[in-house]
Design a protein around this ligand. Sequence first.
Ligand code: IMP
Ligand code: MG
Length: 181
Amino acid sequence: MQLDDTAKITQSKERILISREEIGTKVKELGKQISEDYRDKCPILIAVLNGGFIFCADLFRELTIDCEVDFIKISSYEDAMKTSGRVKLLKEVNAHLQGRHVLVVEDIVDSGYSVQYLHKKLQATNPQSLKFVSLLVKQGTERVPYEVHYVGFKIPNRFVVGYGLDLAQKYRNLPDIYVMD
Ligand code: IMP
Ligand code: MG
């Protein structure tokens, strides 16, 4: 897959898989549901960098309850389009998670390696609860068992960019989600 420039991608409207309007509606829905489920629990959202930062920022602002945010950074793709299967920790969470209601915010779940890794790592901090929300979940690509409690969209096995998602670090700034393959 070649790296097109941003202008070329955004001109090809037929490559849009999920529009900014659809994303906006879904993020509002998720925010409403999470606000109900976590009422009086003051959850701490953990955005998974880099991909999760835009979704997390939008979701966070849809929450109508007390809440906090912190960040963790992991990597498994090494600028490629397939997971390497090895998850590396690039930045630790700084907040103290013991006894907290922790909600991990992912951009996309593909093989499940990242969610599995994060679940094991964060469960070891003894949170009161630990759940995952992902804007996208790819279908038919699961390689390890995982659980995601809130899912925005189930998508086919295509490589997507935009709204935080990258190909070799590019296209994260696109407001819509585009297919690249
Ligand atoms: P997993 O560990 O295979 O489930 O992959 C999860 C991570 O891989 C996501 O958080 C993304 O950073 C990245 N990823 C998976 N599929 C895509 C894609 O289609 N586009 C961009 N990044 C992706
Ligand atoms: Mg990611």
